[in-house]
Design a protein around this ligand. Structure first.
Ligand code: SF4
Ligand code: SF4
Ligand code: SF4
Length: 404
C-alpha cells in the first residue's frame, strides 16, 4: 500500500504529531523543524490572505544541483512527499521548481507530475509570490515519506569533490570521511563546505558543525586557486539571480568583477575591503538565499585566505599557478633544438621559428593552453610563475645564444 493510502484517514494534527516525534527538519538553509515551517506558512497565509500551497525546490542559492540526484534517483518518492505535505497544509496547490537548465529532467518528470497533480515550474522560487506557501526542500519531500514509513534517520547529504552523494551522520568527522574516500589529509589547503570556505583545520570538525546544506564538500589543494574558484561560484550565482533586487543584482556583478580582475592581474588593494562591505550588505538586504548566502563564499575567501589575495594583488603571483595571467610560458634557448614541433601545434600561431633556429613565443598572443609543452621532446618549453630568464629577442641559430 502506498504511503498516501496509509495516511488517508489521518488528521492534520495526527500528521503534525508524527512529524514532530520523528524530529524531521526542513532541509537546506532553513534548518528549522518541518512542523515549524508548516505552522509559519499557515500563519502567513492567514495573515496575508494569500492562497496556501506547497512549493518543493532546491534552495534558490544552490547552483551545484547535487541534491537533485535524490529526485532523479527516486522521483515517485519526492512527488509523494509533496502530496503528503499538501495533505498537511490542506491544499491542492502543489508545485515543483526545477533549475532552468534541467530541461531533460523537466521532460522526464512531466507525465509522473500529472499523475500526482503537481505543477512543474522552471527556475528559482519567486519568494514574494510564495508568501503563505510551504517551501519544502526536495530532500525534505523525500524524507517526509521516510517519516510516514517509519524509516526516517537524521543526517547530512554530501558529495566529496563530486563523488556519489551519500547521507552521513551529523557527528561524522570530516577527517574520517576524507580518509575513507582516499584523500591525503596533508594535501588539504581549504574546504568548501556548502557556501563557505574553511581553512584546513576544519577537517577536525564534524559534518554537522560545518553547515553543508547543498551537498557540497569540496577539498582544495595547493593546485586550486581560491580567488579563481570564488569567481566561478559568483558567476554561477549571477546567472541564477532573477535580478529583481538591487543588492543581489549589483552586488553579485561587483563581487564577481573584482575577483575576475584579481585573477587577471588587475586587482587593487581596496577590492578586499569592498568585497567585505558588499558581501555583508548583501547578507542582510536581500529577500532570498541567492543574495543572502552566495556572498558568503567571497566573505569566507577573504577572511580565511588573505595571503592568496595579497599574492595576486601585490606580488602579481598566483600561489596555485592556476591563474593564466601570472603564468609565463617560454622556450629555454639552451634546450631548444629548433625542430619545429611546437610551431605546428600552436592554435594561435604565436610561436616564431624556423629549422635549426631557437624558437620564441609571443607572450602577448599566447593563451597558455600548454599544447606546445606537451609536444616538445626536449622539455625546452617551460611554464613558470616567476621572473623570466634572459631570452633571445630575435631569431638565433641553435647554439649561438649567449647568456649575457
Ligand atoms: S535575492 Fe536575488 S534571486 Fe532572490 S529575489 Fe532578489 S534578485 Fe532575485
Ligand atoms: S621548443 Fe621544443 S618543440 Fe619547439 S622547436 Fe624547440 S625543441 Fe622543438
Ligand atoms: S601555450 Fe598554447 S598558445 Fe601558448 S605558445 Fe604554447 S601552444 Fe601556443
Amino acid at each position: 500500500m502506498s504511503v498516501l493510502e496509509n495516511v488517508k484517514n489521518m488528521s492534520r494534527e495526527e500528521m503534525l504529531t508524527c512529524m514532530k516525534n520523528s524530529g524531521i527538519y526542513n532541509y537546506g538553509l532553513t534548518q528549522q523543524p518541518l512542523v515549524q515551517s508548516v505552522t509559519l506558512a499557515l500563519k502567513e497565509s492567514a495573515e496575508e490572505g494569500t492562497e496556501t500551497g506547497v512549493i518543493a525546490a532546491l534552495n534558490n542559492a544552490d547552483t551545484d544541483y547535487l541534491l537533485l540526484d535524490i529526485l532523479k534517483n527516486d522521483p515517485e518518492r519526492v512527488l509523494e512527499g509533496i502530496c503528503l505535505a499538501a495533505k498537511i497544509m490542506e491544499t491542492s496547490n502543489k508545485q515543483l521548481n526545477l533549475p532552468e537548465e534541467e530541461t531533460e529532467l523537466y521532460e522526464s518528470l512531466s507525465e509522473i507530475a500529472k499523475k500526482y497533480d503537481i505543477k512543474l515550474n522552471k527556475g528559482i522560487v519567486d519568494i514574494r509570490k510564495a508568501k503563505g506557501s510551504l517551501l519544502l526542500h526536495i530532500v525534505t519531500a523525500k524524507e517526509l515519506v521516510d517519516v510516514f514509513e517509519g524509516c526516517y534517520e537524521d543526517g547530512v547529504y554530501l558529495s566529496i569533490n563530486g563523488l556519489t552523494l551519500k547521507k552521513v551522520k551529523s557527528d561524522t568527522l570530516i577527517e574520517d570521511l576524507l580518509i575513507q574516500a582516499g584523500f591525503k589529509t596533508s594535501d588539504v589547503k581549504a574546504l568548501l563546505c556548502g557556501y563557505e570556505y574553511y581553512n584546513k583545520d576544519a577537517i577536525k570538525k564534524t559534518v554537522g558543525e560545518l553547515g553543508i546544506t547543498n551537498g557540497v564538500l569540496r577539498v582544495l589543494t595547493d593546485k586550486d586557486c581560491i580567488v579563481q574558484e570564488t569567481q566561478k561560484k559568483l558567476l554561477a550565482s549571477r546567472k541564477a539571480s532573477c535580478g529583481k533586487c538591487v543588492f543581489c543584482r549589483e552586488g553579485l556583478i561587483q563581487l564577481e568583477h573584482m575577483q575576475k580582475e584579481i585573477t587577471e592581474g588587475r586587482g587593487k588593494s581596496e577590492f578586499i575591503d569592498l568585497t567585505k562591505e558588499i558581501g555583508e550588505a548583501m547578507c542582510y538586504s536581500t529577500p532570498c538565499t541567492v543574495g543572502q548566502v552566495s556572498s558568503k563564499i567571497a566573505l569566507s575567501a577573504v577572511e580565511y585566505f588573505p595571503d592568496e589575495y595579497e599574492a595576486h594583488i601585490k606580488k602579481k603571483e598566483c600561489p596555485a599557478g592556476a591563474c593564466k595571467a601570472f603564468v609565463n610560458i617560454y622556450i629555454d634557448p639552451f634546450l631548444c633544438t629548433g625542430c619545429g614541433e611546437c610551431l605546428d601545434v600552436c592554435p594561435v600561431d604565436c610561436i616564431e621559428g624556423k629549422s635549426n633556429y631557437i624558437h620564441m613565443i609571443d607572450d602577448f598572443d599566447c593563451t597558455k593552453c600548454g599544447k606546445c609543452i606537451a609536444v616538445c621532446e626536449e622539455k625546452a618549453i617551460i611554464q613558470s610563475s616567476g621572473k623570466l630568464p634572459k631570452l633571445p629577442n630575435r631569431l638565433t641559430k641553435v647554439g649561438r645564444f649567449k647568456k649575457r
